[in-house]
Design a protein. Sequence first.
Length: 209
Amino acid sequence: MYFLTDTSKNKKMISRKVAGCSLFVFLLIFSSAVFAQTANTMVTDVTFDLLTWIKHVSNDVDKQSFSSEKLEQLKQGLEALKEDLTVYKKTRKVLADSLFRHNIAPGKKDPDNLDLLKEKMSKVMEGMRGVNDLVSEPVQQEGDKLNEQIYKVLYEEQGRYLSHLEAFLAGVDVTKKDLALDGSVCFTRLEECIHLVAGMEERVGKKVK
């Protein structure tokens, strides 16, 4: 009887330890998931939606019939948007390259360059509006919604950024992997945006009398 009772106690102790370890592992995984989710939601990458909107503008421009006056306005709007996107992309690249070249550690705020990126994106938003006013209503609504989303991240929602680069400049602990992601996926999308806008500008230019 003695040995049976002792074994029973040991089993209970082992069960408690296993349960405790399981709870600890669960809490650890849950905390890691929450942390990862928080880190991901901190950045709102709009380059995908921007590229999607530009593709829709491109299709709309090819389908619509514009007056000579609107064609001229559209050509000028596309030229301005192409320039604004190019400047924004180059500004991001110069800043990102500088961070890697000088191996700057995260945590140090750089408000001047953060404001510079906001300024360049504000110009992109202005260029978007210049084109958006000339396309069909469904595409206009899409562009207005995107413009509003960008504005909120830039000026209303504190602690949110359009890229990991901007988060880094704000003093957030951003990894080099996240910065490298900005430098690959986001830059590729921006380059495609510029290429599509340039193509539209060329096609519209041929129609201008």
